[in-house]
Ligand binder design. Structure first.
Ligand code: ADP
Ligand code: MG
Ligand code: ZN
Length: 503
């Protein structure tokens, strides 16, 4: 896709305009069954194998609320410092869409289960920015359409479409912010940091894996500009279903540049939904945005109101985990890392793997080193999140233990990790199969050292003459002879000892 949209430079846009943002995040809950029926929510099943009359909207079927869904919603609300409704209802949001078989979505409208909260997010420079939450409400996901035959997978140019209703009825929590003002040029960074923080919170609550790459968490980015120094909001655009942290930031940035181009040439922004394009970070027009009245919301007559007892709410409040930001600050102290490094660790999704590796016995700096180095690189290359790599924190801890015991050096440890990732077995199995132990047998090392000296008489003479730096070449020769399986520091000691030179 090539950008045909007019843009002004980001800096220029910010000279004249002040961005206002609104973020709507949908989280698919990890409940075993759907929100209003007993169908399984397991991903990856045969299309339309997890459906029933209720989630297909067949006449006469009746929904029943999933209690775990309500519990998860309350937990999310509490963790976002929201009020929890004493009484609330579901509502029908009426519209036609082929992937929504009931012709309405069961959602909540003016009576959300949670409202008026906030989430503090930390920016790259360590500053904390408070994002206010308007509401968090319960609803259900739609099915999934696949457009076949077109070049881009979009409906345009497709020969036909396939519908899979397995996802229809999976519980969703939609979390909506109040308009975010005052972020200025950092608006895109705030958007990204907010979604990242929310993801951490959801994971900490254990209510969803919140995997953006699997669509378990997706974000709509609303954005408008107003002339600097004014207070009235401009017209917003709504970029739908943005599904990575990086894309959230890029979408906000692009819209700021696009709105500024339209406004500065005297144009008007239409309120519409837009699609985000990963390839070039652009957005294109979707549909003209319906107003709430077009949905003909009305209270869902087939479901009883939800009135969570206060004792239950308080019990859930007591069970809340530590807030992710507070947890990161605690971990920073324990690990001795700065705000910026912790931000990178967070962005890489490495916090939980590192914590688990330390719990499995690894020193903090080693756990960090492997997850942020070798493993992060592998995750990048294979386009997978860290926690989806085929290696466990316990296995990483085992590798660090082998290094600490002197059985492996760093180079060998990397090969062991590589072997585990390639499915060759546990670290110990890979060590055995590939024969990767450090040669710590002094006899074998001494022989290798003698051979290296004999093969390089010129270098040996230089060392005898006092040029200790030349020992590097002999160490290299020994390492080569032992296929990297020797302890380089020990080899150097042996070489110098044999040549009668002081290290
Ligand atoms: P809709 O259902 O049309 O998406 P919502 O009220 O659910 O509307 O969400 C709109 C989001 O956009 C909220 O986060 C809200 O704070 C934000 N918002 C509302 N008006 C503006 C505006 N003019 N500019 C930017 N954001 C806005
Ligand atoms: Mg919306
Ligand atoms: Zn069902």
């Amino acid at each position: 896709m090539t950008v045909t949209t007019d843009l002004v430079s980001y800096d220029e846009a910010l000279e004249s305009y002040d961005p206002v943002m609104g973020l709507e995040v949908h989280v698919e809950l990890g409940t075993r069954t759907k929100m209003f029926c007993g169908c399984s929510t397991e991903l990856g099943a045969e299309p339309n194998s997890q459906t029933c009359p209720t989630c297909l909207g067949l006449p006469g079927s009746l929904p029943v609320v999933n209690a775990t869904g309500v519990e998860s919603a309350i937990k999310i609300g509490l963790a976002l410092h929201c009020e929890i409704a004493e009484w609330c209802r579901f509502a029908r949001k009426n519209y036609f869409y082929p992937d929504m078989p009931k012709n309405f979505q069961t959602s909540q409208y003016d009576e959300p289960i949670a409202f008026d909260g906030y989430l503090d997010v930390q920016l790259e420079d360590g500053e904390v920015f408070r994002v206010e939450i308007e509401r968090a409400h319960m609803e259900e996901d739609t099915g999934k359409s696949t457009h076949v035959g077109g070049a881009t997978g979009r409906i345009h140019g497709a020969s036909h479409s396939l519908l899979d209703y397995n996802r229809a009825g999976i519980p969703l929590i939609e979390i909506v912010t109040k308009p975010i003002e005052g972020a200025g040029e950092r608006a895109p960074e705030v958007a990204r940091a907010y979604v990242a923080e929310l993801r951490e919170l959801i994971k900490a609550l254990g209510v969803s894996e919140a995997r953006m790459d699997k669509g378990q968490m997706r974000c709509d980015v609303n954005l408008s500009l107003r002339p600097n120094g004014t207070t009235e909001f401009g017209t917003r655009s709504e970029t739908k279903n943005v599904n990575s942290l990086r894309s959230v930031e890029r979408a906000a940035r692009f819209e700021i540049q696009r709105h500024a181009a339209v406004l500065s040439t005297g144009g008007t922004i239409v309120q519409e939904t837009r699609h985000f394009h990963e390839e070039d970070g652009s957005t294109t027009s979707g549909r003209i945005k319906d107003n709430a009245e077009d949905y003909r919301y009305f209270p869902e007559p087939d479901l009883v109101p939800v009135a969570p007892p206060r004792e239950w709410v308080e019990e859930l409040r007591t069970g809340l985990p530590e807030q992710p930001l507070a947890r990161r600050n605690r971990l920073r102290e324990e690990w001795g890392v700065g705000a910026h490094d912790m931000q990178s660790i967070l962005n890489a999704g490495a916090i939980d793997p590192i914590v688990a590796t330390i719990e499995a016995g690894a020193p903090a700096d080693q756990a960090r080193k492997w997850w942020m180095g070798e493993l992060a690189r592998h995750a990048n290359e294979t386009g997978r999140p860290l926690d989806a790599l085929p290696i466990t924190p316990e296995q990483v801890a085992r590798v660090t233990a082998l290094v600490a015991a002197g059985d492996l050096n760093d180079k060998l440890a990397r090969q062991v990790i590589e072997g585990v990732l390639a499915g060759e077995g546990t670290p110990d199995e890979v060590v055995d199969k590939r024969g990767l132990k450090v040669v710590s047998d002094e006899g074998a090392l001494t022989t290798a050292v003698e051979e290296a000296i004999a093969a390089n008489p010129g270098i040996a003479d230089k060392i005898r003459g006092g040029k200790v730096q030349a020992a590097g070449a002999l160490v290299g020769a020994v390492m080569k002879a032992t296929r990297g399986q020797a302890d380089a520091a020990r080899v150097k000691e042996l070489i110098l000892a044999q040549l009668g030179v002081e290290g």
